[in-house]
Design a protein around this ligand. Structure first.
Ligand code: ADP
Ligand code: MG
Ligand code: MG
Length: 920
């Protein structure tokens, strides 16, 4: 059968694997990112916009996918398509690849859908061989430039193509081919007393190139290829190899990028920023990516190749006058050095931002007075900048407010809420060093020198600051694990700065006073020596480094006008309520300033741990008579009443859900001999008796033991006291004209009869208290849905409940049948190995726990159409869970005070996403 079908098929017209761009015409477009990768799609778009881009072609991501599906073999049509595109570029440029008189050179650039550290670095100057070099020297009349380009090609190519892509793992950093080649340059510089690479003469470079070939052969066991086609295909292959490289795979895992996306390869005509003083290169942002300010912001270097700015080998200059700071005041700007080119660049930058309606991160090169754009993409920004840009762009009418709301990731709000170094302490402290403020916020930690150490130390629960000369994609895992990143080299657009900003991490780069000795694990800085494990404090907002620990201050979002505006827009759009989990008047007040619309969970047991109260609590637990319990409880009542009064006052006019006692009693028991003795004396019982009672309360599995409403059923006087304290507080405040909305919540209900019984108890106490005070306070009685049985019988339970609150922490534990406290032994492994996509305690497991929630919502509302429902588990502050809660029809989410702003934005985005889906 199959054979027949195969026979009938005529040779299919082969797929388009190669997309050309150049001279005002491109096969691709910006919206073809999936196929062409971000870089390729945007290069095509720029060409179509009439912006000068060196011509070239993009090999699609489908080739990558097919390559891996086919045992690492290219589709057969690829070669022909590449050759055709090559010929087209050659025609435009009037030069040929591999030509001995006037050779065309290429860069080979990787490009996934979104930029990805860990992918192959770009290889520049592909096509330089012993055959093409003489021609290029003759043509340019600049042998120094040619040999410089050649040694760069060898460095990049041997590193990324011959070593990394080939899967060769150097024994140590020092054995890596790149390190060896760099050391060789350093050696020559030192020998001749040169300070900069620019000081190297033509002869030096020529000799270096020769030496490089030997080093490469000796290190990697293979000759550096002396054939232009071999170089090109080597580069293309390396890009595809790097997709499955260790670093790329690890980054994809962190960012949740699927493997099947693949990467594209861009082959592009080389333009040179290093031919002399009329050439330059730079990286810029259409707005400041650290502050969000609407000012064209960038860095450039005269007579340099693009990688020099990105790699941070030389400290770059500010692109314009307005971007200068006290530290860069003395440096030349492109604006003053090449005014007409700057003007042209500025116009392109404006055009790009208007076209893409978002901040762009651009790369450019000037070759002999001619400007070329090499890249544009939506620029990474920290939370602060994301919020400011979104709001300002909406005000400029570049985007609408809904788009502005979608532009800020809810987690980015978190950065605004992050601590900063206490300014008072900072004023007094002596600064150790200063660098560039690449990622704002304050951080404190112990110095480590390698990414692996950072990861290992952080795994042990230590706070570390990763200190490097400069970072590279290999360091990503350590950067992720560190509190902050500090580098001695690099500018605001260096790798470290970009990555840190993307994560909203505190980061200082270009801190040139640091003399880092990675081998000895020391930093010499201004006469001090820091060792591994020493504490440092960083002010990433100002770029200042301090020795030792300094107090960090909480953030101050209330004084950020852009944040406030954005939140206003969010609240207008948002349909799901946002409450907070708070146990004290203090937390309640904080949460209100963050915008909480009520308390979704007030845990009364936290009030029991206070030193003055714990004795009465223990007395209550350890009495074996009702009378004894009632005596102890009577002592607790006034405390609880005052607690509730404080919270009610702080939340005046907003609902407050109070959960009656929930945890297993043994959590309150005395553990030390001394405590037990003291208690026996106070209770006037024998030590022996008390000890016996103490032991009798021991449970094998407290999480599933005598807790929650089971306590209320067996010791009704406890819940009775709590209900009384709540209602007395409410009545007293009502009389003082404070509006109070108490919602009394019974935990851990599994059967409707439990709730029925306890509801009767609460109602009878509440009625009695109201009668006594001669006021009426509307109150409700509801329950938590946190056991699978409660979810399954939510229709029955609803007959006894005024509201439901999903306790998704316990619901996750009881549905998965795992205890969170013990899950540390296996859950991280599950997530790491993809058995579970996410930790179900961080984001709701939608298909499992979520299905139960959905069922309970539907069943509950079948019984009571308007049954109010919310969620009070940890998940209430997780953006994906907020969206889920909104979609299943919950009335509110409740989360810790500091997550409230995140939930507000996530809630608004959930509404917008649903509306967008409906329109489709
Ligand atoms: P990344 O993805 O890390 O940004 P790129 O592909 O943009 O890598 O390349 C890194 C650097 O190499 C860029 O800064 C760019 O200036 C330079 N570069 C890439 N292609 C060319 C080219 N065709 N001509 C000149 N410089 C190039
Ligand atoms: Mg780039
Ligand atoms: Mg619970």
């Amino acid at each position: 059968m199959a054979k027949k079908v195969a026979k009938k098929k005529t040779a299919p017209k082969s797929k388009k694997y190669v997309y050309f761009f150049g001279e005002g015409k491109a096969d691709g477009r910006a919206d073809m990112k999936n196929l062409l990768g971000g870089k390729g799609a945007n290069l095509a778009e720029m060409v179509n916009l009439g912006i000068p881009v060196p011509p070239g072609f993009t090999i699609t991501t489908e080739v990558c996918t097919e390559y891996y599906d086919n045992n690492r073999r290219y589709p057969s049509a690829l070669k022909g398509q590449v050759e055709k595109a090559l010929a087209r570029v050659e025609k435009i440029m009037g030069k040929n690849f591999g030509d001995t008189n006037d050779p065309l050179l290429f860069s080979v650039r990787s490009g996934a859908r979104s930029s990805m550290p860990g992918m192959m670095e770009t290889v520049l100057n592909v096509g330089l061989t012993t055959k093409t070099i003489p021609g290029l020297i003759k043509k340019t009349n600049n042998p120094r430039f040619v040999y410089d380009a050649y040694r760069r090609l060898m460095m990049m190519y041997s590193d990324v193509v011959m070593e990394k892509a080939a899967g060769i793992e150097p024994k140590s950093d020092h054995d890596a081919v790149r390190h060896k080649l760099e050391s060789e340059i350093e050696r020559v510089k030192k020998k001749n007393g040169y300070k900069n690479d620019i000081d190297l003469t033509t002869d030096d470079l020529k000799a270096l190139c020769k030496k490089f070939k030997t080093i490469i052969k000796n290190t990697l066991g293979e000759e550096f290829p002396d054939d232009h086609m071999k170089q090109l295909w080597g580069g293309i292959g390396a890009v595809f190899q790097s997709w499955m490289g260790k670093r790329a795979v690890s980054y994809r895992k962190i960012e949740g990028i699927p493997e099947h996306w693949g990467t594209a390869v861009n082959v592009q005509t080389m333009v040179f920023g290093n031919t002399g003083d009329t050439s330059a290169t730079g990286v810029a942002f259409t707005r400041n990516p650290a502050t969000g300010e609407n000012i064209f912001f960038g860095e450039w270097l005269p007579n340099a190749q693009g990688e020099d700015v990105v790699a941070g080998i030389r400290t770059p200059n500010p692109v314009n006058e307005i971007g200068k700071t006290d530290d860069t005041r003395h440096l030349p700007s492109l604006e003053s050095n090449m005014p007409s080119l700057y003007k042209q660049l500025h116009a392109i930058e404006r055009k790009l931002e208007r076209h893409y309606t978002d901040m762009q991160d651009i790369e450019f090169t000037i070759e002999d007075g001619r400007l070329w754009m090499l890249q544009t993409r939506v620029g990474k920004r920290n939370g602060q900048a994301a919020i400011r840009m979104a709001v300002e762009m909406a005000k400029e009418k570049l985007i609408n407010t809904n788009t502005a709301l979608m532009r800020v990731r809810p987690e980015q709000i978190d950065e605004l809420l992050h601590p900063s170094v206490d300014p008072v302490a900072e004023k007094k402290a002596k600064q150790l060093a200063k660098g560039l403020p690449a990622g704002p916020g304050g951080a404190m930690g112990q110095v480590v020198f390698t990414a692996d150490d950072a990861e290992a130390w952080a795994k042990q629960g230590r706070k570390v600051i990763l200190v490097r000369n400069e970072t590279s994609p290999e360091d990503v895992h350590g950067m992720h694990a560190a509190q902050a990143i500090l580098t001695a080299k690099g500018g605001m657009t260096s790798h470290a700065a970009l990555v840190a900003r993307g994560w909203g991490k505190c980061c200082i780069v270009g801190c040139s006073e640091l003399e880092i000795n990675v081998k000895k694990k020391t930093i010499d800085v201004n006469g001090h020596t820091l060792k591994e494990g020493d504490w440092v404090t960083l002010n990433g907002t100002a770029g200042r480094v301090y020795e030792g620990k300094m107090p960090l201050m909480p953030a101050d979002p209330e004084n950020n006008k852009w944040y406030k505006e954005l939140m206003k827009w969010a609240d207008k759009v948002r349909e799901i309520g946002v409450r907070t989990n708070a146990d004290t008047p203090n937390d309640s007040t904080t949460a209100r300033t963050f915008g909480a619309e009520g308390i979704g969970l007030c845990r009364t047991e936290h009030m029991f741990f206070d030193a003055a109260r714990i004795k009465a609590v223990r007395e209550m637990i350890l009495s074996d008579t009702e009378e004894g319990r009632r005596n102890a409880i009577a002592k607790l009542l006034p405390y609880q009443r005052d607690d509730f009064k404080g919270i009610f006052k702080a939340m005046a006019g907003l609902p407050v859900t109070i959960r009656l006692l929930d945890p297993p009693l043994h959590e309150f028991l005395p553990h030390t001999e001394k405590d037990i003795k003291e208690l026996a004396r106070d209770m006037k019982v024998s030590l022996k008796k008390l000890k016996a009672r103490n032991e009798a309360l021991h449970e094998f599995n407290p999480m599933l033991g005598h807790r929650g409403c089971r306590l209320g059923i067996t010791y009704p006087e406890i819940y009775e006291m709590q209900a009384r304290a709540i209602m007395e507080a409410a009545c007293e405040l009502k009389k003082a004209k404070v509006k109070v909305i108490p919602e009394i919540m019974i935990p851990l209900v599994g059967h409707v009869n439990e709730l029925k019984k306890l509801r009767e108890l609460v109602v009878s106490v509440a009625d009695e208290v109201q009668k006594k005070h001669k006021v009426k306070v509307p109150y409700t009685v509801g329950t938590m849905i946190e056991l699978p049985r409660a979810a399954v019988t939510a229709d029955e339970i609803a007959t006894q409940a005024d509201f439901y609150s999903f306790g998704t922490n316990d619901l996750t534990q009881t549905t998965f049948g795992l205890s969170r406290d013990d899950a540390g032994r296996f859950l991280p492994y599950y997530v790491e190995h993809g058995i579970l996509a996410d930790d179900p305690f961080i984001t709701i497991d939608q298909s499992g726990i979520g299905a139960l929630v959905k069922m309970a919502v539907e069943k509950g509302r079948k019984t009571k159409k308007d049954l109010k429902m919310g969620i009070c588990g940890e998940h209430g502050g997780d953006p994906a869970s907020v969206e889920f809660c909104y979609n299943v029809g919950l009335n509110y989410v409740s989360c810790s005070p500091f997550r409230v702003p995140i939930a507000r934005l996530a809630g608004a985005q959930a509404t917008l996403k649903k509306k967008a889906k409906k329109r489709k």
